[in-house]
Design a binder for this molecule. Structure first.
Ligand SMILES: [Fe+2]
Ligand SMILES: [Fe+2]
Length: 174
């Protein structure tokens, strides 16, 4: 029951957004659990579906001047990078955070935040390839669904990074 109440506070949508000033309301293990379940697992579950959909759209509508050529490969690269980044967090940083807030983690958290900057650059390319997630009104349903999935991916990635950069990592001693 307590875990459910805590998770609702972490979600940016719906409800009031979590800000860095709120971080004293949370304990680190609960926040780590939320990030892993809500974001790590969700990204890796949804990305393969988006990649498959992108491959179909690229094959079926290659002649369309708005076809997002290269999107499937870009999503594949994003999935690989994200898998590696999340593995680093789940095997190196998060286990240490669960047992305390040691002072020796600055180097590791800096590396994770650099990964987040790389992800931000990938999001910019994702937006460009999908033309801002706005297919034409006549675009077939699979293309519309692909755009919606990519839009959700951006929203999830941004909130995921924000929770880590502004709250989880901000709780660590410097
Ligand atoms: Fe993460
Ligand atoms: Fe991260």
């Amino acid at each position: 029951m307590r875990a459910q109440t805590t998770r609702n506070h972490f979600d940016a949508n719906p409800g009031e957004p979590v800000t860095a000033n709120d971080r004293t309301r949370f304990d680190i293990p609960a926040l780590v659990d939320h990030i892993v379940e809500r974001y790590h697992r969700t990204h890796l579950r949804e990305l393969p579906y988006a990649i498959g959909l992108a491959r179909s759209v690229e094959e079926l509508y290659a002649d369309d001047p708005n076809c997002p050529i290269g999107l499937a490969d870009h999503l594949t690269a994003m999935a690989e990078d994200l898998d590696a980044h999340q593995w680093r967090e789940e095997t190196m940083l998060f286990p240490m955070l669960r047992i305390g807030t040691p002072h020796c983690l600055n180097f590791v958290t800096r590396r994770m935040m650099e990964d987040h900057i790389d992800t931000e650059l990938q999001i910019i390319r994702l937006r460009r390839l999908t033309k801002g997630y706005r297919p034409s009104f006549e675009a077939p349903f699979c293309w519309q669904a692909l755009s919606a999935l990519c839009r959700k991916l951006e929203r999830d990635l941004r909130e995921h990074a924000r929770l880590e950069d502004e709250i989880l990592y901000a709780m660590l001693p410097t």
